[in-house]
Design a protein around this ligand. Structure first.
Ligand code: BGC
Length: 678
């Protein structure tokens, strides 16, 4: 062997090394690359203490580095790492630059722990808010998902760490994830459930994790249409596909023929069984070579760049990273209601503030599945507020069990903050081997005790602020009219309490916007069932469904209030051969500096086929001082207008008038528009 693995290999050297390696390797060595190993030993040793790095692949004889997996996406799961707000919160920040910064911090911490393969971004589309792992993804819209997921993987991959997009694809019912057959037509698959995966691949995301479920009768890990024709064929993905972990590969021959390159976390169907299948002629050696080539090439391409910096252990959970976690929480909380401008609270005039709810003083950063970041240093809402007000405001805390006491305490307080919502017991990853209460949510409403707490407090106090902790939409109809303010705080990470206090007292102006639609009724959503063998995913969900049916949601996709007001004017749209250039003046006409999420939608009202009324096709988060106006330019590549024609098997662009909408949410009244012809 002439070539050696070294830092800073050129693309050509990587190609040459990979080809030489394949010539030198035995079948056994190639197959060895194709699975994780030692998993159960590590797992058992590790139990309860968080995760260790899980290795796989690699070949010492030729210096081919193994991949060393660590999970995400809330941060790095190994104890002590920085715990960020969950991905759904980050989706609500609509901040691409911030997501890339998070990716960088995560990449550095992965390296400091000795890993080189990171288990995120999770970009499954939120079809229904009851999905238990909603918190791990970014929202309901494919364009938005693709932008956020790409940003995270770009950040992570700056540090010789491979990112993985998961779970490919249509994985969005937790209790049934191991068995459900998701049925959908080709247009729905290509236009709704896959574009975000494609975008991440185009942005260089190194690896793909297949999902447990089936699509159109084939397990995703065996699905040649998905893995071979679309991913590796149409999208020309050069990296490798690895299986999800709890037996995400179900059969040796079906897996390799379907396009699954690596079985994680151990060789159950690959390993010896795969060698046998090749020897018996059931599997061609070309398929093994293709998988081995992808693995070697990817590991070298993404983990051997010359390091820009060192990755010592004290990087993990350091002050700079914790500060970023706080900044993310500040930028992701969504102010849904603020009657009479109750918020921000004025510390000088406020004497007594009541804080209620069992969640107010709970370390509550999200589910306890594979994405749990083991971090003890967590600021709860109560701690954050107490620290913020010091001794300037009297704080009364009550967990909310005794409603008579709540009423009494509410009477004498100037304002009430009720912290309500969920914990890992209510929603999260369903892990069948362990007895845990998690999985999909049974109801989209708050629990009775939370509802009763809100109603009891609001009976006696007209200044009730509801803070919701959770990973996705909550139906608010039973109590929304009884309260003045509602703040969606998500699972806000280790510094969530600090960020919450800063928003409540106006040190920070809220700037988050909903990455999904909040309906008035569950019946406004697509059909969903937690325990189900087969389900059809239709072309419409979220805002596209509501707009198609003319249903008015409680809060639209992209909605969020601020302590200031923004005005949009001067919309100019120019088209060139391959893109649409949108320019708009955005002004902060209020008294406080703030950040606005400028959203661009393309309307397909004049389409000759069945299409959504409009779709998000661009956005930008901008900071504006009070009285400042900024011209914002957003470019939409022409191909974003395409639809997938299942008959021609091509993406096509209709020769029609399109409407360009620009504004602060997907609601018609929040948008200004103009028509264009391409
Ligand atoms: C989850 C993945 C995770 C893997 C390893 C699986 O059950 O679905 O998201 O990366 O476990 O922890």
């Amino acid at each position: 062997m002439v070539l050696k693995v070294k830092e800073g290999m050129t693309p050509q050297e990587i190609e040459e090394f990979t080809s030489h390696a394949l010539l030198e390797m035995t079948l056994k060595e190639k197959v060895h690359l194709m699975s994780g190993y030692d998993f159960y030993k590590i797992f058992l040793k590790d139990r309860g203490k968080g995760r260790s790095v899980i290795p796989g692949g690699g070949l010492e004889r030729l210096d081919i580095p193994p991949f060393r997996f660590i999970d995400g996406p809330r941060g790095v799961v190994i104890p002590g790492s920085t715990c960020f707000p969950v991905s759904m919160a980050r989706g609500a920040s609509w901040d691409i630059t911030l997501e890339e910064e998070i990716g960088e911090v995560i990449g550095k911490e992965v390296r400091a722990h000795g890993g080189n393969l990171y288990g995120a971004p999770c970009i499954n589309l939120l079809r229904h808010p009851a999905w238990g792992r909603a918190q791990e993804t970014y929202g309901e819209d494919p364009y938005h998902l693709g932008e956020l997921g790409s940003a995270l993987s770009r950040g992570v991959q700056k540090h010789n760490v491979m990112a993985t997009i998961k779970h490919f694809a249509a994985n969005s019912i937790e209790y049934s994830r191991f068995k459900v057959n998701v049925v959908m037509n080709e247009r729905t698959l290509r236009e709704v459930y896959l574009p975000h995966f494609k975008k991440c691949i185009e942005n260089g995301c190194a690896t793909v994790m297949s999902a447990y479920n089936k699509i159109n009768d084939k397990y995703c890990g065996h699905n040649a249409h998905l893995l071979r024709e679309i991913l590796k064929g149409d999208w020309q993905f050069k990296g490798y596909v690895h299986s999800d972990w709890m037996d995400g590969l179900y059969d040796t021959v079906a897996g390799i023929k379907g396009g699954l390159d690596v079985e994680m976390p151990r060789a159950k169907h690959y390993g010896k069984k795969l060698i046998k299948a090749v020897e018996k002629g059931e599997v061609s050696i070309d398929l093994i070579d293709d998988a081995a080539r992808r693995i070697i090439w990817t590991v070298l391409r993404y983990t051997t760049k010359v390091d820009l910096q060192q990755y010592p252990p004290d990087l993990v959970g350091c002050e700079e990273h914790i500060n970023l976690s706080r900044k993310v929480a500040e930028k992701s909380m969504v102010l849904l209601k603020n009657s009479n401008n109750l918020l921000p609270l004025e510390m000088n005039t406020l004497k007594k503030l009541a804080i209620f709810g069992r969640l107010a003083d709970l370390k509550n950063t999200g589910d306890h599945g594979s994405s749990q970041v083991h971090q003890d240093n967590i600021i709860t809402p109560l701690q954050g507020i107490k620290r913020f007000v010091e001794d300037k405001v009297e704080i009364i805390y009550n967990d909310g069990k005794d409603l008579e006491e709540i009423k009494n305490l509410s009477k004498n307080a100037n304002a009430v903050i009720a912290v309500v919502g969920y914990t890992f017991r209510d929603e999260g990853e369903y892990v069948r081997q362990f007895i845990r209460k998690a999985g999909d949510r049974e109801s989209l409403k708050l629990k009775e005790r939370d509802k009763n707490l809100i109603l009891a407090a609001s009976e006696q106090n007209s200044n009730v602020i509801v803070v919701i902790v959770g990973g996705s939409a909550v139906i608010l109809e039973q109590w929304i009219d009884n309260v003045k303010a509602i703040l969606m705080a998500w699972y806000p990470g280790m510094e969530g309490g600090t960020a919450l206090a800063e928003i409540i007292f106006g040190k920070v102006n809220p700037s988050g916007k909903l990455p999904f639609t909040i309906p008035k009724n569950e019946s406004d959503l697509p059909f969903f069932k937690t325990h189900i063998d087969e389900i059809e995913y239709g072309y419409y969900h979220g805002y596209t469904l509501m707009e198609k049916k003319g249903i008015v949601p409680r809060f639209p996709f992209g909605f969020g209030l601020s302590y200031t007001q923004y005005e949009y004017s001067n919309l100019i749209v120019n088209t060139s051969e391959d893109s649409i250039k949108v320019s708009i003046d955005v002004s902060n006409i209020g008294k406080m500096p703030g950040e606005e999420v400028v959203q661009v939608y393309v309307g397909f009202e004049q389409s000759n086929i069945d299409r959504p009324k409009k779709l998000l096709k661009g956005f930008r988060k901008v900071f504006l001082n009070s009285n400042q106006t900024q011209k914002i330019s957003i470019e939409i590549p022409k191909e974003e207008l395409g639809w997938y024609n299942p008959e021609t098997k091509m993406w096509e662009i209709e020769d029609i008038k399109y409407t360009i909408y620009v504004g602060s949410s997907s609601k018609e009244e929040d948008l200004i528009s103009t028509e264009i012809i391409f």
